[in-house]
Design a protein around this ligand. Sequence first.
Ligand SMILES: NC(=O)c1ccc[n+]([C@@H]2O[C@H](COP(=O)([O-])OP(=O)(O)OC[C@H]3O[C@@H](n4cnc5c(N)ncnc54)[C@H](OP(=O)(O)O)[C@@H]3O)[C@@H](O)[C@H]2O)c1
Length: 203
Amino acid sequence: MVVGKIKTLILGAGGMLGMDLQAVFPEAISLTHAELDITDKNAVFSIIDRLRPELVINDGASKLEGERAIVNAMNRYYIVRTSWLFGLHGANLVNTMLKLGTANHVVRVVNDQFGKPTYTKDLAQKIPEILDCDYGIYHITNEGVCSWYEFASAIIPNAVPCTSKEYIRRAKRPEYSVLVNTKTRPMRHWKDALVEYMEVRKT
Ligand SMILES: NC(=O)c1ccc[n+]([C@@H]2O[C@H](COP(=O)([O-])OP(=O)(O)OC[C@H]3O[C@@H](n4cnc5c(N)ncnc54)[C@H](OP(=O)(O)O)[C@@H]3O)[C@@H](O)[C@H]2O)c1
C-alpha cells in the first residue's frame, strides 16, 4: 500500500502506539481522545461523515467486545492484536524498570507470565504491509517469547524473579499471552528492537 494515497483517520492518536502510527501515516488526520471520544456515537458518525476517510485506524482500548462488534458489523476490516507494547511516547515496562532499577536495590518481577514484547514503532511500520493483505484478524508482535522477569533482566541488572502468587496485582494477568503470527512476515526479535529503543530514548 502506498501510504499517503489513501485518506486515513487515526483515532486515539495521542497514545503510545498512536504517536508511532502518525509517523508512519504522516498525511493522516489524527484525532486524540480530547478531540474525539469514540464512545460518543454521534460525534463519531459526524466526523466520519464529514471527513469520509477510506481507512480508519482505531487505537481505543476496546478488545474483545470491540472485535466482535466489528466482525458482526462489517466485511472490510483489519483487527490487529498485539502484546506487551513499549515505545517512546507512553508509559511501559521498560521505563518503569529503568526508574525502579535505579531507585531500588532489587526489583521483583514475575517469572511465570509469558508474552512477546513489541516495539510500537515496529508495529506501526507493519500496518501498511497488512493493508495489502486480505481483510481479517492479524497477530502482530516482535518475535521471541519471554517472561516479564526475562524482559526486565534485559533492561536492568537487578531484577529478581518471583511468582504471580508472591506479587499480587489488582488486575488478573494471563499466564501465557503469546500470539502466533501465521499471516505476515515475522518482525525482528524483541531483543533487537529493545536495543534500538534504548539507543533512541537516550537521544
Ligand atoms: N500497551 C500494551 O501492552 C498493549 C497490549 C496489547 C494491546 N494493546 C492495545 O494497543 C492499543 C494501543 O496501546 P497503547 O499502549 O499505545 O495505549 P495508550 O498509550 O493508552 O493509547 C490509547 C489512546 O487511546 C485514547 N483513548 C482512550 N479512550 C478513548 C476514547 N473513548 N476515545 C478516543 N480515544 C480514546 C487514549 O487517550 P487518553 O490517554 O486521553 O485516555 C490514548 O491516547 C490499545 O488499543 C491497547 O488496548 C496494548
